[in-house]
Design a protein around this ligand. Sequence first.
Ligand SMILES: [Cu+2]
Length: 506
Amino acid sequence: VPTWIRGSWTYRSFFNEVDKGMLAEGQLTFEAAPDGAVRGQLAFRSDPPRSDDPRLTLAGSLESGPQQAIRFQGVGVQGTRAETWIYDYIAFHVPDWPAGHNQRDAFVGSVTRTVAHKNSQGGMNPAGQVFSFVAFRNEFPEPRNVIPLPAPVRDMLASRHHRLHHLVWHSTRNLWLNPAAVTEDNAKRITELGWAPPRPAVNRFVAPLVNNGSGQDFLFMHRQMLAEVNTGVKAAGGTPIASWKTIPAPGPVASEPQYDIPHPTLPPAGNPDGYSVPPPWYSEDEVTNQRLRTLKSDDFFWSRMRWWDRQFKDASYLSTLTLEQLGALIEWSVHNDMHMRWASIPRSEEGLPTVARPDWDIRANLWDRPQYDHLGEQYSSHVNPVFWRLHGWVDDRIEDWFAAHEQSHKGEIERIDLHAVSWFKGRWVMSIDPWTGPAMDMVMNGHHDMGRGAAMDPVASDDDSIRKMEAVIATLFPPPSSEGLAFQAEAQPSPATATVRRFSTF
Ligand SMILES: [Cu+2]
């Protein structure tokens, strides 16, 4: 299904006359395109927005064939100054230049006034007049701008310690049984560094280990992170982040301001609530491209994600699972796919689309700035505001699981307090101390204790644990040869094509 039209665009129309230039500039948004049908809106806003600003509701269809053409009609919205307008549009998607540099996605076309309407000078604009237009794609409004985390919380999460901790925790448990990454020597080295995971998450074929307790580690570690971030949010004067109650369905990408309040503001077109699915990007790896296209499609939501959403709330199913099974089954299905569905193209320091961070590359000047919050890998995902909604959804399933067991065999699971986290013991819970990283790291550096304040300071005295985590990364992902490294150090991340090497991590 060609969905290139979906999203938010800037529209400019022009007179087709030698001595006249631009006619109008507006904002175009297009929604889902099931079976080639499209709907959307063209709005000519004043600043601040007013309820009678001209707006047209658009409906039409994508044409099949190699041209990527679209036809649509715009009908003025009742109560706006466009009330009596009807225009027809035909447009063509502009192909990519193979060697084009940062090309903006665009479509170009022709528009005609289908019925005459009054103009603002009191005269009539005649039917049949024809104009040209271009529309270019607006930047996707990133969650960090639409639903930002409080700055102190964001900066703490973006600190080197937290980035490394999250990356090293996931990487060691994901790669521990991968013989290419963790040789005998490497295992010894990582053990000396204090980072041997007691329970690997997957076997050497990357199949999740559902019965070894690693799923409990996953749930515990992230429950602790959620508690700490919400402590930080409260300390910064905010209200705790609400989890996704249901995984967000594809929704409208445009929404109107609340006009009856004193200073109405326009929700960002293309991502009004912060939960719109960012467009896929294109890497050199065709499997990744296909995975991204599929995960980001509406079909995938309705056929798969909604199903998972119900499955992991279904008491009769949950009451058959141990806590570790619940964790592993969620992590390696809906959790990983939510990460990739809501991931946006990685961006360089200048905000340009860039290559994915190479596994070995943890250079602070490139990857430690707070804007690097790519949801598709663990050095950055927890800096993204969507991470906390998504993991809130995961965390809420633990409570559903407990309630389901209480309902079907009351008393077999007991609620306990474990390292200040509300946790469980009993028949359905493996008796382990869930792994969140080296004990020393936690005690000395308070990574998981924002409440105490130490970790709010990104330059807390954590040099030693940072050096150890850097050493783990260098062991798992040896950097290229020193010549290669010197070359890379000079080169900026290339904006040409985004290569994703780490897609298997989520
Ligand atoms: Cu994580």
